[in-house]
Design a protein around this ligand. Structure first.
Ligand code: ATP
Ligand code: MG
Length: 330
């Protein structure tokens, strides 16, 4: 089926990570990076890898951190015409270090970076005019300018019969930002496909339980809810059915970006018209590949790579089963 372009709006950043596990950045450390990053960038790169036409509206500085991401997105097939290059501010960056508990410490430079210059220019308008779907990352709604740009794009795309997916991609603290809860609620009210993880499921509902939240969201007109459950896999809900997919057994090296890769694959497969079980299966494989690789978008994969990964895993599981059977009968 012919799919109109998928767009997203938000930050592009360079990510640099500490090599060793520990707390924070208050002494000299071995670092690795820069890696192209930013939740909407990871997402849209994965959509391109699945093979759908897509674009990102963003801004970077005229520096290597910016070109790093532009070059990657372009070579993976993302339309980069609406990435502004700002000559005054540097590209956004994020330093991350993992703790032994799995928690992360960050030093972000986003609000004061070129990201703060994301705006509606002619290139952004052209991309919005061509789009059939918009994906919103809650974490990208960091300024009133981005919020109104996103809301205008949603209105235009929906008026043409297009669709909206939404990943809150944040924690409870983001609701403390003035106006944020209202902005997220307005986006949610326009959402067709909702992709929360963990506590984000109940973040914007009156219900306090997961089941209550799902009933409330579907009752409010959201077509599908996909709950990302990290190392426990993921679950899909619509009014007709619920389906679950077990996590793929992988060695987690770097969980950053898993949710965004998962989202890119799910949204792309959903727009291609694949049944929810198939969307879930491919998205789950995407998330698993993302955590196996160091760097936020280094695990992004084509459909062919996901197919191979899934069949090799099935082979591994079958080998294990046949070993168990031999042992039992032996
Ligand atoms: P983030 O916002 O940090 O990118 P998220 O919370 O949005 O992540 P997760 O639930 O952590 O998203 O991960 C998305 C999906 O990736 C999961 O639903 C699952 O399918 C897959 N996944 C994540 N971690 C693992 C893991 N350790 N093993 C196997 N699959 C995983
Ligand atoms: Mg997330």
């Amino acid at each position: 089926r012919v799919v109109k372009p998928v767009i997203t709006i938000g930050e592009i950043v360079a990510e640099i990570m500490a090599v060793d596990v520990g707390e924070g950045f208050r002494s000299p450390l071995r670092l690795i990076g820069p890696y192209p990053s930013g939740a909407p960038a990871i997402f849209i790169d994965q959509v391109a890898k699945i093979g759908l036409p897509c674009a990102i509206i963003s801004a970077v500085g005229n520096d290597d951190f910016g070109w790093l991401s532009i070059d990657r997105l372009r070579s993976d097939g993302v339309d980069i015409s609406a990435i502004r290059i700002d000559n005054r501010l540097a590209t956004g960056s994020a330093f991350v270090r993992y703790r032994s508990t799995g928690e992360r410490d960050f030093v972000f430079n986003i609000v004061g970076s070129a990201c703060s210059t994301i705006r509606r220019d002619a290139a952004a308008s052209a991309v919005i005019a061509s789009a059939g779907h918009i994906h919103v990352m809650g974490s990208s709604l960091f300024s009133p300018a981005v919020v109104s740009l996103v809301e205008d794009a949603i209105t235009e795309i929906k008026a043409r019969g297009g669709t909206v997916s939404f990943d809150p991609n944040g924690r409870k603290e983001m609701l403390d930002v003035p106006g944020m809860r209202d902005a997220l609620a307005r986006v949610l009210a326009q959402t067709d496909l909702f992709l929360p993880s963990g506590e984000e499921l109940t973040l914007l509902t009156r219900a306090h339980t997961d089941d209550g939240a799902i009933a409330e969201l579907l009752g409010a007109g959201i077509r599908s809810v996909v709950v990302k459950q990290g190392a426990a896999g993921a679950t899909y809900h619509d009014r007709e059915r619920t389906c679950r997919v077990a996590p793929m057994p992988v060695n987690e090296v770097d969980p950053t970006g898993a949710g965004d890769s998962f989202g890119g694959t799910f949204v792309a497969c959903w727009l291609l018209g694949l049944p929810p079980e198939q969307c879930l299966r491919f998205a789950n494989a995407s998330g698993a590949r993302a955590v196996m690789m160091r760097g936020p978008m280094e695990g992004n994969s084509t459909l062919a790579e996901l197919e191979t990964f899934l069949s090799v895993d099935a082979l591994g599981a079958n080998l294990w089963l046949s070993m168990m059977n031999t042992r039992r009968s032996g």
